[in-house]
Design a protein around this ligand. Structure first.
Ligand SMILES: [Zn+2]
Length: 682
């Protein structure tokens, strides 16, 4: 079996991973890493330099990655009770090890010494690795005096407990609500698949009719499709009050106090390491320079989108023939969309058979980047329909590879993602080509029909392929700043969102579509309707995202321990400023805003819009210069995709675009400004 992306690297042997061997292997490896780490630190002295001190650390990180990445990957795509148990036992071991490393003063000192020694000399990638490493040590409080460092650690632990409780309250309050319906008139319009689930749930509970739960798919199905207005209103109320002080959420799951504690502790932690607010702390590792810059960015988008969003809403109300409440918007929007564009999944799917889409995507990459993507047959995989592909450049060199695991199946996590399998490493004695995992959850083929995608799924595939290219085209030799590593959170979606644009382009759509039975091209008129549907309610969606972003940023930027969060006040302010849809007084969306209170998007929710602006502006170069412009693509590859975290993204972007990013391309793409040129939305 030739398990090599090139002569030097080696792919994991997935089929030989045995759950019972995982924990002992990981334990051994962590012990080994710890003792090698001690050796590296002990050996420092006069010859402390990048090669002798930092590269060995990169190797330790890589050893752990290579042992753990295949396990964590299988946990996502081929789960079993035994594997899950082994995985869960290893998680805390790895977390402890990683905390140790990120808090290790000796390594911090090592970085400081090497940085001093290099002092302006050394390669860009070396300087940048040190710079980001030192920044992260500082943000983790490693260089603080002892008492403050202890407090910083306490806060981190307390925060992770509070964030977990926040999430749990959201889940518990959702689980506490259900709606039992026996009147068949009241469920009219709801899709058959959701009704079937509700009927099963009722039967399981020994009830007649339908029992609806408050999970996201059920909520979306009801507010989008249920004809019965009062049912929509009840669902909306349950959804908008999750984990809050408002009925029907049970009071024991109220997140109000947890939100206050989280904000207070974040502020204190930021203060300890020298930032005026948690928003400033969050931005220290992002592309955006300052809170002011992000505020201005969001503010300008809001100013320029508001009128169009208001226009979209009044058009919708005219269509509905009445003033609309918050629980009516999705319902009438769906009706209007059908009315205006009449482009349905059922009509599109036969034209997007997966094999055709993939072949088109691969030939696109060959045309614009000169890369050949070759299927390699005899590679060890975890599931029969998984494929491995190697990437060959113009000179015939294999530069990396990726696995595609594209079909839904039990034991596989839902959603779509790119993950790193192997990281690029390249220094004397150490060479490894990058390899990625590209994972989706498309319907698998049946005996009579291939896997047929709708256009959203095509976009998903292009999006994840954009991340894949970012990982595998990197030229950076050190894993911790190669590919997506070291790329700030607000820029990491640039390559993926950029790639999505190709799946809308009139030149590319014919390459990736063709009727699965007849091979007929997508009818021109359908293609026009599909492209036109891209801007549907884009301004309303824009102001909604801006509302979340501004709320998050102001909440974390203006926090003052003396007066608490002022959450309601800030939310009202932000809504008055940007929102067009009126929400009732009982709406408590912040109490279930898991992105910022449960996950890692605190003072970073704006990142979505930030990256969209970069992606749309990068794409506008192709609108001007031609979708298939090889020279432009080459520049995008060199300046953005290849540099990983070694260049400030604002510099990388300017090197590609010849100037700083501008908002107009996204506004044009969203139909907020009129399109220019032939390739804009029609
Ligand atoms: Zn993404």
């Amino acid at each position: 079996m030739s398990n090599s992306p090139d002569a030097n690297g080696s792919l994991p042997s997935f089929s030989s991973i045995k759950p019972e061997e995982i924990e002992p292997a990981i334990t051994r490896l962590l012990d080994d890493n710890r003792s090698r780490l001690n050796d590296i630190v002990a050996a420092t002295g006069a010859d402390t330099d990048f090669e002798h001190s930092i590269l060995p650390l990169e190797e330790l990180g890589s050893a752990l990655h290579q042992a753990w990445a295949p396990v964590s990957h299988l946990h996502g795509v081929a789960n079993s009770p035994e594997l899950r148990e082994a995985y869960n036992r290893c998680l805390p071991l790895i977390a402890r090890y990683e905390t140790e490393i990120s808090q290790d003063e000796r390594i911090c000192k090592l970085f400081q010494d090497v940085a001093k020694r290099i002092d302006g000399t050394g390669r860009q990638a070396e300087r940048r690795l040190l710079e980001l490493g030192l920044r992260d040590f500082h943000l983790a409080g490693v260089d603080l005096p002892t008492a403050e460092k202890r407090r910083f650690k306490e806060i981190a632990e307390e925060l992770s407990g509070l964030q977990a409780r926040f999430e749990q309250n959201v889940l518990d309050s959702m689980a506490a609500w259900s709606h039992h319906e026996t009147n068949s008139k009241h469920v009219s319009g709801i899709p058959a698949v959701n009704l079937e689930q509700a009927r099963d749930a009722a039967a399981n509970a020994g009830l007649e009719g339908w029992l609806f739960k408050l999970d996201q798919p059920s909520y979306v199905a009801v507010v989008t499709h249920a004809d019965h207005r009062d049912l929509r209103r009840q669902f909306y109320r349950a959804w908008a009050t999750r984990a809050s002080d408002q009925e029907p959420s049970p009071p024991e799951f109220d997140n109000s106090e947890i939100i206050e504690q989280i904000l207070r502790l974040r502020h204190e932690a930021a203060d300890l390491v020298g930032f005026a607010s948690y928003a400033e702390y969050s931005l220290a590792s992002k592309m955006a320079e300052s809170v002011d810059e992000v505020m201005q960015f969001l503010d300008e988008l809001a100013t320029r989108s508001h009128e169009k969003a208001a226009e979209e809403l009044s058009q919708l109300e005219r269509f509905a023939g009445q003033a609309l409440a918050a629980w009516d918007i999705a319902y009438y929007a769906e009706k209007l969309r059908q009315d205006q564009y009449a482009v349905s999944d059922a009509e599109l799917r036969p034209y997007f058979p997966l094999d055709r889409v993939l072949a088109g995507l691969f030939s696109l990459v060959e045309r614009i980047y000169g890369l050949r993507i070759e299927h390699v047959d005899d590679v060890d995989v975890w599931e029969t329909d998984v494929r491995y592909h190697r990437i060959v450049n113009d000179d015939g060199d294999v530069i990396g590879g990726f696995y595609t695991d594209l079909f839904a199946r039990p034991q596989k996590r839902s959603g779509a993602w790119m993950d790193e399998c192997l990281n690029r490493m390249d220094w004397p004695g150490v060479q490894q080509a990058p390899v990625a995992h590209l994972v989706c959850n498309f319907a698998r083929p049946t005996t009579s029909t291939p896997s047929l995608l709708n256009h959203d799924e095509v976009l998903t595939l292009f999006h994840e392929f954009g991340h894949t290219l970012h990982h595998v085209l990197t030229r950076v030799p050190f894993p911790s700043v190669a590919g997506i590593n070291g790329v700030p959170w607000d820029a990491v979606e640039l390559p993926s969102q950029f790639m999505e644009n190709f799946a809308w382009a009139p030149e590319v759509l014919p390459m990736i579509s063709g009727h699965y039975r007849t091979g007929d091209p997508l009818p021109d008129e359908t293609l026009q309707r599909l492209r036109a549907s891209r801007v549907f309610h884009a301004a309303m969606q824009m102001v909604r995202q801006l509302e979340f972003s501004l709320f998050d940023l102001r909440l974390h930027g203006e926090y003052d321990p003396a007066r608490g969060s002022r959450l309601a006040r800030i939310l009202e302010d932000v809504r008055n400023r940007v929102a067009v849809v009126r929400h009732p007084e009982y709406n408590r969306f912040a109490h279930a805003f898991s992105h910022i209170f449960g996950g890692g998007y605190a003072a970073g929710y704006y990142s979505y819009k930030w990256a969209e602006v970069l992606a749309a502006d990068a794409w506008s170069a192709f609108e001007d210069g031609g979708t298939m412009n090889r020279e432009l693509a080459e520049r995008f590859r060199q300046e953005i995709l290849e540099v990983g975290g070694t260049v400030e993204i604002s510099d990388a972007f300017a090197a590609f675009r010849g100037r700083a990013a501008q908002l107009e391309p996204l506004l044009r793409q969203s139909g907020i400004l009129p399109a220019t040129g032939s390739a804009g939305p029609v």
